[in-house]
Design a protein around this ligand. Sequence first.
Ligand SMILES: [Fe+2]
Length: 431
Amino acid sequence: MDKHEYFSGVPEVGLVPRAPHAGPLIRHLFEQEHGRGGFAGKVSHTYHLYPPTNWLPGETRRLDAFAPGWESALRPIGGLHHALAVPAAEPARDVYRGMARLVANATAAMNVTVPGAAMDYFFEHHSATMVFFVHAGRGTLETTFGPIEYRPGDFLIVPKGVAHRFELGPGPHHYWMYESFAGDPEKAEAPTTGRFLTHGQSDYRFPRSLDTRNEAGRFEVVAKVDGLYTRRVHPTHPFDVVGWRGDYLPYRLAVEDVRPLVADRSHVPPSGHTVFKLPGCYLCVFTVRSVEKEGMWLPFFHRNLDYLETLGYHFGEFFSGGGVVGPGMVTLHPVGLPHGPKPRALEAFMDGRTPAVHNEVAVMADFATPAQVSELALGLSRPGYMDAWSAYAGDPRFAWRADRLAEARALGERLADARDALRPPDDEPRT
Ligand SMILES: [Fe+2]
């Protein structure tokens, strides 16, 4: 086997020929290409014991009502903020039969699944690359390219067309799943911060070993194309791969390995926390980080004028949520509608009650407009979320006062040119 233990410029595992589609080995193994961009983009080659098209005759059929929640009808969201309740666990449903769509635009979607049942089939998404975020649960993502272990706080990227199966560990499972219909997620990177902030591709964990199965039986594969689900049955295990080479691969990114940007004297905008860019969508992680020492340490009041915002709350105190959201919930903030800190959080800021650490993990996925909300999501919407900001209308601290304009002008005289404490020393006083 020594001759196989060399390092090439393209990742590879196991038995592969010197080059794709070449050499004598391809007369004895069955090569398959997973190709993006009409075979001119990212590509991987897998080497199988048996032909990948050995499905049993007469066994292929369309599955009706396979995942009804995934096909939940979409509606315009309008000018209301929504807070979605934690969905109830679904002990009888597996990862995909229980998949529920929340929002979508033409090129991306957000879904949630709370599975309790094992997958007795393999799944292939032929319309999207999927980005899972594991809110709760641990297990193994078994793929054509080998297994990937996962646990809460992990992103799992399952490229379009790759056969896989979730082996669930014990305990509750709760995943958010983002679909990218028009391309694979790209690592977000600011031109001035380089390859390793806020994370690097070195933090991606690819399958490192094959779990080759030389097994005979009945192996069902369910493929999704748009809203249609089709089942086929193979007489050999789909993970009969003895080697692969390429850069079109599933992988894991642990939130723990995202080392966030912080700014002592100002507020890093959400875009500074982007980890993945998808066509028509960007994914940000707000993770445990130190609090800004001066300047705004809360989100500023804002309107996102081009995106519908979704925010999934994973862990922590959610300082900006003002006590109205909890782990597992998702909020939806429509395009254009102002939002920002809830009154309690803003009072803490105004009173100088500055914590040392933002002790939270939340995943934000924003969808370019036009984006829509599903009927299923509207069914999870808790009444009264708009009222979470109502103290701004009723609390005397924020309510109308006759002397407010004069007060603001006086404050401006005193504070508009005030300087930060964290700054270089004066050589000479400035005027
Ligand atoms: Fe927002």
